[in-house]
Design a protein around this ligand. Structure first.
Ligand code: 8DG
Ligand code: CA
Ligand code: CA
Length: 328
């Protein structure tokens, strides 16, 4: 019988969790994106190790782990905890800011503003709804549901339902789920759908009401229950399947067909992978974004290169192809 092998991240789970908590603190409370990124990068690299880290010095050999993080790792290994985190957890203001940023739509700055005004928990928010905008009110209404991760199977069902509605409007709609789902995640934070239509190209200024028509029908069918924001090419809202208990965050983006693969690459992520790929493109003198891949000529971006698959993008950049599952 084969023994179940621990997933890589479990080997250093305590360290990874501490680093992620520190990253959240830097993002939400200190609003130091630089430190946040440093902690997240170290956490991602350590999560990918299949051996237990033995010391801070050991960890310093890894890219992204410097002196300060190494010291913290030593403290965790030696004492099983981290004073800095204990202090953060004991600080009421930090705890309140961290809690409020968990409401979808409330960012670190808004959270601080609320906490400074004495609003420190969900009950307080309920009493001061006048301080929240439309998106934040939806975040509050569905606070508990939005914290529940979406099982892969439910993402598939939701996607199939959306697709069926789209097909009933126009068979030329094409769509795909991207985000963490496409990277193979067993659970996702939300559902990201990329939408295109054979007749909508970049050169057409007019995308008509392709996205609005779909959202309208989804709303009529009560599959979409709330709108957070709705533009001509980007919808953010809430969806629910009748047989499932939870309300889920749904993002739909409409892209011109000729920008589809750059969009697919971008919206598949991960965030860190995107940053690395863009940096690599820059080194090779290209500009890569969610719309296109363009060569840099005398420092200026040239015409978008024809792209008809994700592989094309990797090839132009001379970057070894990574399957979506390997982009975490
Ligand atoms: P999750 O929802 O399961 O938590 O993970 P995710 O699917 O990777 O995250 P997401 O927030 O839904 O974003 C979807 C993709 O969009 C992400 O994988 C990569 C791309 N993306 C970036 N930068 C950013 C950004 O600043 N904000 C957002 N929302 N998405 C971004 O590359
Ligand atoms: Ca997502
Ligand atoms: Ca999303």
């Amino acid at each position: 019988m084969s023994k179940r092998k621990a997933p890589k991240s479990e080997k250093n789970e305590d360290i990874v969790e501490a680093l992620i908590e520190l990253a959240e603190y830097e993002k939400n409370v200190e609003r130091n994106r630089f430190k946040e990124k440093a902690y997240r990068k170290a956490a991602t690299i350590i999560a990918g190790l299949d051996k237990r880290i033995k010391s801070g010095d050991d960890a310093k050999a890894l890219p992204g782990v410097g002196d300060k993080i190494a010291k913290k790792i030593d403290e965790i290994l030696e004492t099983g905890k981290l004073r800095k985190l204990e202090n953060i957890r004991a600080d009421d203001k930090s705890t309140a800011i961290n809690l409020l940023t968990r409401v979808s739509g409330i960012g670190p700055a808004k959270a601080k503003e609320l906490v400074d005004a004495g609003i420190i928990n969900l009950d307080d928010l309920e009493k001061h709804k006048d301080k929240l905008n439309h998106a934040q009110l939806i975040g509050l209404k569905h606070f508990h549901d939005f914290e529940v991760k979406i099982p892969r199977e439910e993402v598939k069902e939701l996607f199939e339902s959306v697709k069926k509605v789209a097909d009933s409007i126009d068979e030329e709609y094409m769509m795909e789920v991207c985000g963490s789902f496409r990277r193979g995640a067993k659970f996702s934070g939300d559902v990201d759908i990329l939408l295109c239509h054979s007749e909508f190209k970049h050169s057409d200024k007019h995308h008509g009401d392709l996205l609005h028509r779909l959202i309208k029908k989804l709303t009529e069918k009560e599959l979409v229950t709330d709108k957070i924001s709705e533009g001509d090419t980007k919808f953010m809202g809430v969806a629910k399947l009748p047989k499932h208990k939870h309300f889920r965050r749904l993002d739909v983006r409409l892209l011109p067909v000729d920008e589809y693969y750059c969009g697919l690459l971008y919206f598949t992520g991960s965030n860190i992978f995107n940053t690395e790929m863009r940096a690599h493109a820059h080194q090779k003198r290209f500009i890569l974004n969610e719309h296109s891949l363009r060569p840099l000529e005398c420092g200026k971006p040239g015409a978008p290169l024809p792209v008809s698959s994700e592989q094309d993008i990797f090839e132009y950049l001379d970057y070894p192809y990574k399957k979506p599952e390997d982009r975490d």
